[in-house]
Write a new protein. Structure first.
Length: 77
């Protein structure tokens, strides 16, 4: 997953304003209590950060990949 795909999913699945606020402020336990933004800045793969964010928010698999049904779900690491 590229960074641009990460941000597209944030905007589509979580909403532009709310999603970006969550990325900036929500501490993710599976990422050593870093925010998604901090984890990305530290070099974590966007795919791993997206999975951690979705897990923390308890998003069901059916909602994680947006409305593009052709978009394949990135594999977990």
């Amino acid at each position: 997953m590229r960074y641009s795909e990460f941000w597209e999913l944030v905007d589509e699945v979580l909403g532009s304003a709310a999603g970006r606020e969550l990325v900036a402020t929500l501490a993710l336990g599976s990422l050593d209590n870093r925010t998604a933004a901090a984890a990305l800045e530290d070099g974590e793969e966007p795919r791993a950060v997206w999975h951690a964010l979705c897990d923390e928010l308890e998003l069901p698999e059916s909602r994680r990949w947006g409305s593009d049904l052709r978009r394949p779900a990135p594999p977990r690491r």
